[in-house]
Structures are given as C-alpha cells and as structure tokens.
Design a protein around this ligand. Structure first.
Ligand code: DGY
Length: 322
C-alpha cells in the first residue's frame, strides 16, 4: 500500500517530524523564513492527504475545495484564524492546532514585552548602542514600575492564566475579561473578573490574549483607548486585527496612553515604514510569542503526531473540533 502524502509549508526541524516520517511521504517547502507561495500550496494541496500549515498560510474554501484527498490540516499555532474552519468541517477535514505546548513560552514573552515596554529596555539599549550615553541623569530613560500595579488580561485562556501567575510573582493585582468567567482561576490565583470597560479604565497594563474572531476584531479601537489611563501600556500578543492600528497610533502619539508593546500586527510582516515601528514608546516584535527553540520543536512534533493519527483513522491529540 502506498503511503499517504503530506505537504509541509515551511522547512521544519526534521527530527521533530519523526512521527510523520514513519507513516507518510513528506513534501516540504524548502525555505524556513520565506512562505510557500499560494500557487505552490494549491498544487501541493491538490495531491496531498494532509497539510502542515503556518499561520501565514490562508487555508480557505478555495484551497480546500481543490484538495479532495486532504483529511487533516495541522496548523503550527494555537490560533487558527487563517483557516476556514467551516469549509474544512463541511469537507470532513480535521483541523488541529498546538495548544498547551506553547502556553508557558508565550506567557514568558507577553510578560517580557510588558516589562520591556514599561522599563524602556529596547529603547535604552538602542540609545546606548548609538553612543548616546554621555552621563547619568536622575530621570534618564526612567520608565514605569510593574510591581504592585494592576494588570488587565483580555482573554483568560491558558496563556492568560500563565501570565497571571507571573504577575502574582510581582505582587500585581490582576483583572481579567473573558467570554466566560473562570471561578477556579479566580480562586487559585486571586484574580478578579471585570467588564471590558472596567478593565480598561482600572488597569496599568492591558494585555490582549484573546483569539481573533468576528467579535474580537478591532475591539481595541478609539473608544477603548479613550477609556484607558494616560499612564497605561497596551500589550498585544494575540492577533494584530484585534486592534485599530490608526487609533492606537493616535493614542500613543497624543499621550492618551503611555505606550505599547506589540508582537503582532494587522498585516504581517509589517512594512519597514509602518508608523507604529517608528516610535520610542512602542516596543515592536516580529510575532515571536511562542518562539523558543524548545517550544517550536514541541509544536512541530505535535503537528506531526496529529497528522499521523488522523491518517491512521485515529483521534487527533489536539483537534479544534474534538
Ligand atoms: C499562535 O500559536 O497562535 C501564536 O501566535 C504563534 O506565536
């Protein structure tokens, strides 16, 4: 019997793919930092039994309707807003993602970005590297304290919970807003539920960790920034499209809020001339939320396991429709 064919849209770590190599022929886009072009993805999907995709691939109805043999799509991310889940469901395709394995690393990055923004770490480093350090000053590159402040987490899934744990180590008060309340987390970590409006007006740091859905699209808009404290920092480690970037630019350049830390943008990669990348009070990162070597390998391995299981007619480990 011939082995099924699986196409992987980026060059990934070979050893992490072992579970898949044993059961399938693998085709792989040969570049690590360059996306597989749409035309190539279409050609490959038309003959594949499974796809291992990146968040930068659009797995839409048009692609899936020309992929008659595809039984499983495993996305190398916890978010799956790049996949038309409904179209996949209608074709009986199992969609998998990578929750849990990236929780702690993404929470680390979210807290690091919060700290970098508040304490002006990147700005100070860039400034010093430019040879500008000519003397000490009492308020030289002085930022904002983090300890004992109020953190507002929007989107209290496992990454939000892991972030709250980190914040508790800094004696922060933690508010959260989520579709559903989390009584267990409230009890365990001493965090409090707040309406979106109360969270915005009471928090010193507002961290967006919500998935991108029609309901969360552009939820951080002019009205939201107007409700934040002038001393507040907005941190986004979710998806760029949760934010109205023009409104954010206005907020950080007019003093409506103190600054921002952004790991994600509406359109990625951002153009080098994107106005939000030009500001000292905005720390920017190129979507590296889960990007530790260990975690990325674990995500690859999980995708490989999921595809292998589905191709064997078994239940995937982390399907989005269990
Ligand atoms: C995810 O997994 O959705 C993250 O955005 C990747 O860093």
């Amino acid at each position: 019997m011939t082995k099924p064919y699986v196409y992987i849209t980026r060059k990934l770590d070979e050893t992490s793919l072992t579970p898949l190599k044993e059961v399938a022929h693998i085709g792989m886009w040969p570049h690590e930092d360059e996306p597989c072009p749409r035309e190539e993805l279409e050609i490959q999907a038309a003959k594949a039994d499974g796809l291992l995709t990146m968040l930068s691939d659009q797995v839409d109805e048009a692609l899936l309707s020309n992929a008659p043999n595809v039984k499983v799509v495993a996305n190398l991310a916890v978010g799956y807003d790049n996949i038309d889940v409904q179209a996949a469901k209608e074709q009986g395709i199992i969609v998998c993602h990578t929750p849990d394995v990236l929780t702690e690393s993404t929470a680390d990055l979210a807290f690091a970005l919060l700290m970098a923004s508040a304490r002006r770490i990147v700005e100070a480093s860039d400034w010093m590297k430019k040879g500008k350090w000519t003397g000490w000053g009492p308020f030289l590159l002085a930022g904002a304290d983090i300890h004992h402040k109020t953190l507002g987490i929007v989107g209290m899934g496992s990454i939000g919970t892991a972030l709250a744990k980190r914040a508790k180590g800094f004696d922060m008060k933690v508010l959260y807003h989520n579709r559903s309340r989390k009584p267990e987390v409230e009890k365990q970590l001493g965090v409090s539920y707040a309406s979106f409006e109360d969270l915005l007006s009471e928090s010193d740091f507002i961290v967006c960790l919500t998935p991108l859905t029609p309901e969360t699209k552009l939820m951080f808009n002019e009205k939201a920034f107007d409700q934040m404290k002038r001393s507040a920092y907005f941190i986004n480690v979710s998806r760029g499209q949760t934010v109205d970037e023009d409104a954010l630019y206005e907020a950080v350049t007019t003093g409506k809020i103190a600054g921002a830390g952004l790991d994600v943008f509406s359109q990625e990669p951002v153009s080098p001339t994107h106005p939000l990348t030009k500001l000292n009070n905005v720390t920017v990162l190129p979507h590296i939320g889960s990007a530790s070597v260990e975690t990325r390998k674990a995500m690859m391995h999980l995708c490989a396991e999921n595809i292998a299981l589905v191709l064997h007619g078994k239940q995937a480990k982390t399907p989005i429709h269990p």
